[in-house]
Ligand binder design. Structure first.
Ligand SMILES: O=C(O)CCC(=O)N[C@@H](CCC(=O)O)C(=O)O
Ligand SMILES: [Zn+2]
Length: 334
């Protein structure tokens, strides 16, 4: 296998490859751009005009997505996967990956869309670099742009695999992309209704990509991801990359949710009234006191059919400590 196919090994060892560009037997160019960043470019005659950004390791302890990206890269480097798309592989937070931690000082996924400029430290610098790498990759006109940012969650979930679809004023969510996600094994999609500071929010809002955060199961250390079944996603990704994706029709039971409220932690007095092992998508009854914070702030459930995802009272003050979601319909999709 070509040495650049071992991007994960290089990244975990903190090594820079001696040779930055390599060609597979089929003339696919692999180019190392920076730590944890590698571009794959098919021979011009085979290029189908699609650009695909696959990021993982934005949170260093979410290893199933990193292993998935590693398998795809190995397949390309061995000539077993024959890409027709340009692909940018990004490992988001290499130092956190080496330490097996979500982040070092700051959550990288809260530093996009300008936030890194108001901050210092390794993660702010990395977010700026990731934005630049994505901006350059998605700068070629008249090509389709797709970004999947692959994650696993801190806790178990009543709905195992789901996607979060960013929001931009005046832009409609795409039914075709949702059908593609359904075919890739996603059971639910959360349609966001305001702008955000995540990586996919950046590529969606500023670079015109179709962008999704994909949650694939529960976060576990490297080598312990047998319980995370990414087979349908992996098959679909290979098909997207090889340009032989079967036509997808309909949403086929895909559950759609919208954001009712983001629970923001304002102070150290923030208390979340949920058991530590509560699962994502747990239902909350109307009238339930979900959280309390400084100045007698109370978060009481008012919505019919409300569910909670990503509850986390340990986030830094000012950040999202959970999302209250409600079921929605496909009305409004493009
Ligand atoms: O399990 C959790 O609480 C967090 C899992 C995770 O990392 N999710 C992403 C979602 C990003 C988005 O909102 O698009 C995150 O919190 O960064
Ligand atoms: Zn994550």
């Amino acid at each position: 296998m070509l040495a650049l196919g071992k991007l994960l090994e290089l990244t975990l060892a903190g090594r820079e490859p001696a040779q930055k560009i390599q060609l597979t037997v089929d003339g696919v160019q692999m180019r190392w751009l920076s730590e944890g960043a590698l571009e794959v470019r098919p021979a011009q005659a085979r290029d189908n005009g699609a650009d695909v950004l696959l990021s993982s390791g934005i949170h260093g302890n979410e290893t199933a997505p990193i292993e998935l990206a590693d398998r795809l890269l190995h397949g390309i480097a061995r000539g077993e996967i024959k890409p027709r798309t340009r692909i940018l592989f990004l490992f988001g937070n290499p130092e956190a990956m080496r330490r097996g931690e979500r982040y070092l000082e700051q959550d990288v996924n809260r530093l996009f869309n300008g936030r890194h400029e108001q901050s210092i430290g390794p993660e702010a610098m990395r977010a700026a670099e990731l934005e630049q790498l994505a901006r350059t990759f998605f700068s070629v006109p008249e090509r389709s742009r797709l970004h999947y940012d692959l994650h696993t969650a801190i806790r178990g979930s009543k709905i195992e695999q789901f996607a979060l679809y960013p929001f931009k004023e005046g832009r409609q969510h795409s039914r075709a992309e949702l059908a593609r996600l359904r075919a890739a094994g996603m059971e639910a999609v959360l349609l966001q209704n305001k702008t955000s500071i995540t990586f996919t929010a950046f590529t969606y809002e500023q670079l015109g990509a179709e962008s999704f955060t994909l949650e694939l199961g529960k976060a576990r250390p490297f080598g312990q991801n047998q319980g995370v079944d990414v087979s349908r996603l992996e098959t679909r990704l290979k098909q997207i990359i090889e340009g032989n994706e079967p036509a997808t029709e309909g949403l086929d039971g895909l559950k759609l949710f919208s954001v009712a409220r983001e629970i923001i932690k304002h102070s150290d007095a923030f208390t979340l009234h949920l058991p530590a092992d509560v699962e994502n998508f747990s239902q909350l009854e109307k009238g339930y006191l979900l959280a309390e914070d400084i100045a007698k702030t109370r978060w009481v459930i008012e919505e019919e059919g409300a569910r909670i995802i990503f509850p986390n009272p340990k986030v830094k003050n000012g950040l999202r400590a959970g999302i209250l979601i409600v079921p929605t319909t496909d009305v409004g999709l493009a």
